[in-house]
Design a protein around this ligand. Structure first.
Ligand SMILES: [Zn+2]
Length: 287
């Protein structure tokens, strides 16, 4: 459990699940657990052990933004596991989504901003180990959460075969930005037209990388009214954003793995409906 009034909207997960279960009965599947071996493809042994043992330093816990608990560890491992399950499904059927994950602020040796382990980074390495031709197979990560995917950028900074794209609020958290393959910093108050034009341009860089699999961090904290977002996208704008990513995966004919990311609207139902739209759009695009 989290302290009362904690900024992390734990309740939204169940609501998104309930919405999708109602609309697409029988299409939801419980994610598996990630093995420690999987997590260690990205994260340092010392960090993984400190998380598991509850031995993180006080400053590290503060950066994370969550109090440590057994539940936190279980949740962090399951969150990676769900993205791995989505990956396996996408490799077989073309596209899949995980209604958690997108924990892009986790670095190899530390977590921050509500992110313990970097599920997408682990899934990239598992994809290359289990599903693609080699450890150098080309992969792209499209990170459209309003906050820069700093952990993901740092993890793959010296690996040119992984293209990391981050569209984010230039003046928003994290205030020290890492270097992604392509960073697009957008202004506070950014609206649909500006956002979508920047995205169209950025996605062509992703296409030019010729990825064999695409990961999509589909955070909805760029929605107007989000407490941590500072942008002003509409629900239609977010749907148009998602449609562009889905169209790119189709055009490139590569598997697509979608993860949840952030959403902290003052009215939590707004975030829930924006997140639900992402997966609704996914089913609409891929059947
Ligand atoms: Zn975010």
């Amino acid at each position: 459990m989290l302290p009362k009034g904690h900024k992390f909207p734990l309740g939204k997960y169940d609501c998104i699940h309930a919405n999708l279960e109602r609309e697409f009965p029988g299409r939801m599947q419980l994610g598996g657990r990630a093995s420690e071996e999987d997590v260690r493809l990205v994260h340092d042994r010392a960090y993984v052990e400190a998380v598991k043992d509850g031995a993180l330093a006080e400053a590290a816990v503060r950066r994370l933004g969550f109090p440590w608990s057994d539940m936190l560890v279980t949740r962090a491992i399951r969150s990676v596991g769900g993205t791995l399950t989505a990956l396996a499904w996408a490799m077989e059927h073309g596209a899949s989504g995980h209604i958690a994950g997108g924990t892009h602020h986790a670095f190899a040796d530390r977590g921050e901003g509500f992110c313990v382990f970097n599920d997408i980074a682990v899934a990239v390495q598992v994809a290359r180990r289990d599903h693609l031709a080699s450890g150098h197979s080309r992969v792209a990560i499209i990170d459209l959460d309003v906050h820069q995917g700093n952990g993901t950028a740092a993890i793959f900074a010296s690996d040119p075969s992984v293209f990391t794209l981050s569209l984010h609020g230039a003046r928003n958290y994290p205030f020290h930005k890492e270097e992604s393959s392509l960073d697009v910093g957008l202004p506070d108050g950014c609206e649909d037209a500006t956002y979508l034009a920047a995205l169209d341009d950025a996605l062509e860089h992703v296409a030019a990388h010729k990825p064999e699999v695409l990961f999509y961090q589909a955070g909805v904290d760029s929605l107007r009214g989000d407490r941590l977002g500072r942008m002003a996208l509409s629900h239609d704008g977010l749907r148009a954003r998602d449609a562009r990513v889905f169209a790119l995966a189709k055009r490139l004919a590569v598997p697509l793995v979608v993860t949840l990311g952030g959403g902290y609207h003052r009215d939590v139902d707004q975030s829930i409906s924006a997140h639900t739209n992402v997966y609704r759009g996914l089913v609409g695009a891929f059947g």
